[in-house]
Design a protein around this ligand. Structure first.
Ligand SMILES: Cc1cc2nc3c(=O)[nH]c(=O)nc-3n(C[C@H](O)[C@H](O)[C@H](O)COP(=O)(O)OP(=O)(O)OC[C@H]3O[C@@H](n4cnc5c(N)ncnc54)[C@H](O)[C@@H]3O)c2cc1C
Length: 316
């Protein structure tokens, strides 16, 4: 038996959520008294995973795994799962991984659950806590079958360094036939992605127009944050759709979420519930967002943000 983590990487570097999945996998492997196997695709830095507990590392290099397609990745991962007798598979909470989870469960005849927030409360039976109803509730869920597949909710477990054996393993790859081919990838704007960001600076219709986002971008740059927005802002074309946060947009699990000129409609809050600290800046003291805030500033964004920028500049 073993625990296996699929560690997503991009251009040879790992996402924060990948390190979190490996940290979770290491704690689980220790709890079960088994080794931790990590699998990467086309990543020359896979050895880094040793520092987070990987005992064995498989880096798969193949012609048709250069870009993610579910058929190719799940087929290759399934082969390693089988040959390594992996009983628990850990994925991060990315869109690719959620897609993979269902395929892997299909191939292995096992079970898959997403949004897991803690180590299993019991291994036999295998019971995990997961968040549901846009993080408003938690459920304890039992997974059946020989192979259990779970994806970890971002920023719920944390990242911990712990040295593993880190042996690099060979895996002979047959090219996998697939009907899918990735022809183009359009990257979202901004230097920090919303999914990976520790800090998100988000703004809404209170900013009045796209020309006023310069100060939002400047604040985000100073904080090393990603920029985000409410739905109407992206609907009106003030900001790209990739920045739209909420029930119908992206979920945010940052440590700090700064909401500027956003009213706090239920559909927006649904996407940011799992962010740890929420700071709201709004000129209306009755704005519903204040009820969900840890810290609030009642004030005009056009006065507060430049002052904040000035203060931050004085500190760096
Ligand atoms: C099915 C459905 C799905 C939806 N999904 C989403 C979603 O995923 N994400 C989402 O965001 N919305 C979503 N919405 C829309 C949502 O209901 C709200 O309409 C939207 O979130 C409001 O955006 P806003 O807060 O930017 O704008 P507004 O509601 O117009 O709020 C603007 C805020 O800015 C404040 N303000 C104004 N001027 C200033 C100033 N100078 N300084 C500081 N503050 C100022 C105002 O007091 C106000 O609180 C959805 C709606 C529906 C029906």
């Amino acid at each position: 038996m073993s625990v296996l983590v699929y560690s997503e990487s991009e251009k040879d570097s790992f996402k924060k959520s990948s390190y979190e999945a490996v940290s979770y996998g290491k704690s689980l492997a220790d709890k079960m008294g088994v080794e931790l196997i990590c699998v990467t695709f086309n990543c020359s830095n896979s050895q880094k995973l040793k520092n987070f507990g990987a005992d064995k590392i498989f880096n798969i290099e193949s012609q048709n795994s250069q870009e993610f397609t579910c058929k190719v990745y799940s087929t290759l991962l399934s082969k390693i799962i089988e040959t390594q007798n992996a009983s628990t598979i850990i994925l991060s909470s990315s869109p690719d991984s959620k897609y993979l989870g269902a395929y892997l469960a299909g191939y292995s005849g096992g079970s898959y659950i997403s949004n897991v927030v803690e180590l299993p409360e019991s291994i036999n039976p295998f019971i995990v806590k997961r968040s549901c109803f846009t993080n408003k509730a938690f459920s304890s869920t039992e997974l059946k079958g020989d192979v259990k597949i779970i994806s970890i909710s971002s920023n719920s477990y944390g990242i911990f360094e712990k040295e593993g054996k880190g042996s690099q393993e060979e895996f002979k790859v047959d090219e996998i036939e697939t009907n899918h081919k990735v022809t183009n990838i359009e990257k979202q704007s901004g230097s920090v992605t919303i999914a990976d960001a520790d800090i998100v600076v988000s703004a809404g219709r209170g900013l009045k127009g796209p020309e006023n986002w310069k100060m939002i971008e400047e604040l985000a740059d100073l904080l090393g944050a990603a920029t985000a927005c409410s739905k109407p802002v992206s609907d009106m074309g003030w900001r790209p759709h990739s920045e739209h946060v909420g029930q119908t947009g992206k979920p945010v699990s940052s440590n700090l979420y700064i909401a500027i000129g956003i009213s706090g409609a239920i559909q927006h809050l649904a996407g940011i519930n799992s962010s740890k600290i929420k700071v709201v800046i709004n000129n209306d003291p009755e704005a519903p967002f204040f009820k969900a805030a840890d810290y609030g500033v009642v004030g005009d964004a056009f006065e507060v943000i430049p002052k904040l920028i000035e203060e931050l500049k004085a500190k760096v």
